[in-house]
Write a protein of this length. Sequence first.
Length: 248
Amino acid sequence: MADNESMLFDAIPQAPNLRTGLVNTLIAQIESGDLAPGQQLPTEQEIVAATGVSRTVVREALAALRARGLITTRQGLGAFVAKDPPPRTFSILPDDLESIDEVLRVLELRMGIEVEATGLAAKRRSDSALEQMSSGLDALEVAVRAGGSGSEEDFAFHRAILAATQNANFTRLFDAFGSAMIPRQWTRIDQMTIPERETYLARMQHEHRAILAAIEAKDVNAARRAMRSHLTKSYARFEKLRDGASHD
């Protein structure tokens, strides 16, 4: 198997999160047919030798693929590509967001989805949808002032916007990602002083209120701009956080 293994595994990137990099490479090879249904995978040691990652990383990556139903293991024989893999689905799990670069990729995806959805929400929103958004912002403020991350409340606000489009595909997509769409673990709210938390909350709520006001006014273009501005500013803050961490 050595020649085939070398072809399959020598391109695995040495990403900041090596497990995710290996998982993504293996998934791509399974989906492309380079690793066919029923085909035996190289041994852990062979993958280690081909990629340069540790045995622990390989085991974690294989466990992740097993959890997704993409590979099976046979006692004493090793790992095999599943003969009947589950239907192809796309998901983002909290464990996938182990670097700020991965958070930035999620924000890029959100821009592509939520900017247009916010325009539709402005066009189609109901009074009850507005009440749900406003209540979500009130709950977010209470949660952050109490020292919480506010991620669940933030998620609920953004989900309410998607629900206001009256297109269930938007909320289904958001629900498939769950809390991974609001990766608040990187903001370290629990380590902020009270004044820092108040400044953070005021800035975030100012952006949120601008979105809500545009939707309430049924101003489609303003709603899109407000959401794009909010997500773009979030993107810039995470970039700054990443760049600051790289200099530590």
